[in-house]
Design a protein around this ligand. Structure first.
Ligand SMILES: NC(=O)c1ccc[n+]([C@@H]2O[C@H](COP(=O)([O-])OP(=O)(O)OC[C@H]3O[C@@H](n4cnc5c(N)ncnc54)[C@H](OP(=O)(O)O)[C@@H]3O)[C@@H](O)[C@H]2O)c1
Length: 238
């Protein structure tokens, strides 16, 4: 362990689950860098709550912007010890209506963006000789959702990306994934309520519970890699 705070980048950290992850890791002694796309004001609030954490902006659907952001991180923050790929998009369509643009909208961020962030993060970690990556996938990458076929495919991709990268990047770097079930904010639609009712724990999860699982992987024994933890109140078991 280096004699300094471990440096972690959390993507999509301005709001909701990413915000909770950044705050939790900051509280637990990590030096946190906050990535955001459009939500600059929210990102500034999270930065203040994380002791003035540095902010980095990039549209993660563009590989050149990802690479530029990692160059900036290297210069202004330092090489990363840890990376949490949380940013993602979510849309809902009948699969018969999905256009090429709808498909690319989801996959360009959820799968392509996540992969190229892993690639850039892993280059830094290889230089350091150690590192940890946590990809936020989804219960939708484990169980099929009829109205989110494109999203489910992207998150199943994130799960396999995690497993394959855990082999490719060993032994220096661990790669694991947290798969949230229903994590509710104030957006409970009838379909989400049905999922909450079906959850064995009989409630939605909290963003802080996802954050705790991320913290677990960032501090777990390094013999644990390529693993997926569902933070879903048991919904994946039904
Ligand atoms: N909420 C749930 O119940 C649930 C369930 C299963 C899995 N998940 C997964 O958990 C993670 C967080 O969920 P959430 O509901 O908190 O996510 P969210 O609010 O939908 O999105 C998180 C952030 O992703 C960033 N983002 C999206 N597209 C981007 C792009 N092109 N470039 C840069 N940033 C982009 C946005 O940043 P800006 O606002 O700064 O643009 C957004 O704030 C996601 O991976 C999601 O798939 C969530």
């Amino acid at each position: 362990m280096p004699d300094r705070k471990l440096r972690v980048l959390v993507t999509g950290a301005a709001k909701r689950i990413g915000r909770a992850i950044a705050i939790e890791l900051s509280k637990r002694g990590f030096a946190v860098a906050i990535h955001y796309g459009e939500s600059e004001q929210n990102a500034r609030e999270v930065s203040a709550l994380c002791g003035g954490a540095p902010l980095f902006r990039a549209n993660l659907s563009k590989v050149d912007e990802i690479r530029q952001m990692f160059r900036q991180i290297r210069e202004e923050f330092g090489l990363l010890d840890c990376l949490v790929n949380n940013a993602a998009r979510f849309t809902q369509f009948d699969p018969l209506d999905i256009t090429e643009a709808d498909w690319d909208f989801i996959h360009s961020v959820n799968l392509k963006g996540t992969f190229f962030c892993c690639q850039e993060g892993a280059k830094m970690m290889k230089e350091m000789g150690a590192g940890r990556i946590v990809n936020i996938s989804s219960l939708g990458g484990i169980r099929p959702w009829a109205e989110n076929v494109h999203y489910c495919a992207s998150k199943a991709g994130v799960i396999m990306l995690t497993k394959a990268l855990s082999k490719a990047l060993a032994p220096e770097i661990t790669v694991n994934s947290v798969a949230p079930g229903v994590i509710a904010f104030n957006d409970v639609t009838p379909m989400v309520q049905k999922m909450i009712d079906a959850t064995p724990m009989k409630r939605a999860g909290a963003a802080e519970e996802v954050a705790e699982a991320v913290h677990y992987f960032l501090t777990a024994p390094k013999f644990i890699t390529g693993q997926i933890i569902a933070v879903d109140g048991g919904l994946s078991q039904r």
